[in-house]
Every structure is written in C-alpha cells, then in structure tokens.
Design a protein around this ligand. Sequence first.
Ligand SMILES: Nc1ncnc2c1ncn2[C@@H]1O[C@H](COP(=O)(O)OP(=O)(O)OP(=O)(O)O)[C@@H](O)[C@H]1O
Length: 250
Amino acid sequence: MAAILEIQRLAKHSWNQDNRESPYLFEEVSAVIQQPECISVIGPSGQGKSTLLRTLALLDMPDQGDISYAGISYREKDPRLWRKEICYVAQQAVMLPGSVEDNLGTASRLHGEVYDVQLAEQLLEETLLAGLDRKKNASELSGGEKQRIALIRSLLLRPAVLLLDEVTASLDNISARAVEHMLQQWQAREGTTMIWVTHDLEQAARTSSRTWFMSGGTLLEDQQTIDFFRQPATEAGRQFVRFLASEAAL
Ligand SMILES: Nc1ncnc2c1ncn2[C@@H]1O[C@H](COP(=O)(O)OP(=O)(O)OP(=O)(O)O)[C@@H](O)[C@H]1O
C-alpha cells in the first residue's frame, strides 16, 4: 500500500464562535491515508464529519494546515482536477437538470471523459435500480434513488478517493446492503480508497478496516476498526460506543 492522501494539522474555523469554547469546528486533524483503504468516520452530530469530507474534496477550503494528494499539496493543484480524483458524495443528493440518463452522463462529459454506458448499467443493476426508467426526470426520483444515482455518477469518474457522506442513509436495509456490497466489489476491482461517514456502527464494522472517531473538535481516535469497537482508547469513545450499543438493543 502507498500513501495517497496526507492530512497535516487541518483546521476549520467555527461559524458559531459565540457558543463554543473553541474558535474551531475542528483542528489538529492529521492522518496518512493509504491506497486502497476503507475508513469509517463516526462521532456525535455536529462534530464536523461532513465538513471534514467536504474540506478534503476542496468544496470547503482549509483554514489551516495542509492536504496532499500523491505527495502534492492542494495549494499546487487545480481544484477541478483535485475534485475528479477526490470525489465527495453528499448525503442529500443534488440532481442535475434533465433525465436519469443525463445525470449519469453529464459528469463524465464535463470532465472530458467518455460516458461508460455499460458500467453505468452494471452499477444500476448492482444497486437494485435496473428497472429504473432512464428517461425519467431526475427531479422526480425518490431520495434513495437520487442518492444511488449520485453515487453512480461519481463512480463513473473512477476517482482515486471516494468521500462518502452517509450514502445509504435514505435507503431501506436491502438496498443499503446492496450498495455496501457494490462498493466493496468496486474497491476490490478498482483499488479505490474510501472515507465513509456513517452513523451505523454495524455498517462501519462491516465495511471498514480503520475507524476515525471525531469528538471534542478533533480526530480523537484513529484506530483499526476491530480495536476501536473492542476497546476505544478514550472515555468519549467508550461512551459513544456504549450509547449506540444501548440504542441498538432497544
Ligand atoms: N466552518 C464551518 N463549516 C461547516 N459547519 C460549521 C462551521 N462552523 C460551524 N459549523 C456548524 O457545525 C456543524 C457541522 O456540521 P457537520 O455536518 O459537518 O457535522 P457532522 O459531524 O457531519 O454532523 P452530523 O453527524 O449531524 O451530520 C453544523 O451545525 C454547522 O452549522
């Protein structure tokens, strides 16, 4: 495995400075990410997990620190090219104007790539969308359908790093499992690194080998998933796992 992303002392200022002890939403976030790897990002709401992913994709800019992709700092790269390699898939999928087909093809064309129809069909099938009318207006899709179309749209760009923000949150269990399976197959085939925000600890345990726990305004724990779930290193980590385990038991 080789390092693909390196995060050094990354920080984002907080908007709501009045009611926070720290002026940062998060700070001192450092990590080295290998290719390929699947990391789950967990932690209480409002800790900046989504913002961290958006910052790694340069959809939000870092306030301090550095991010390097393949050894080159984001400051030296064209953000458009950066976003093709490091692709963020949002929790609330935004559809482009036009049909399902338009949505699947447009991202590839915008980036000067050929639209791989065969791959799109395969991914639609693997995410249980084979029966979806390709001519249907994308704005008329359900939340779960939009989420899967947005994910496929990103995969068609074949990014080196996929930043997944609760991408199965709008799906029923069967569809969520199908998406998980598709992503695992994709990673095995393509060697893509995935950083995946989830509130589902079972999903984190199933899909990732490494877990980031965000709490207290930083990346508090960065551990092998098996070690984190067996024994979090911090009191905040222990409380978080205990709380979610008791919720799941209800
Ligand atoms: N610079 C900032 N950028 C983004 N959000 C900020 C910023 N400063 C403060 N915030 C606030 O901090 C929170 C960060 O939200 P974010 O979605 O990143 O966290 P999260 O850990 O992913 O939460 P959730 O698990 O609920 O999705 C929001 O309430 C947002 O209003």
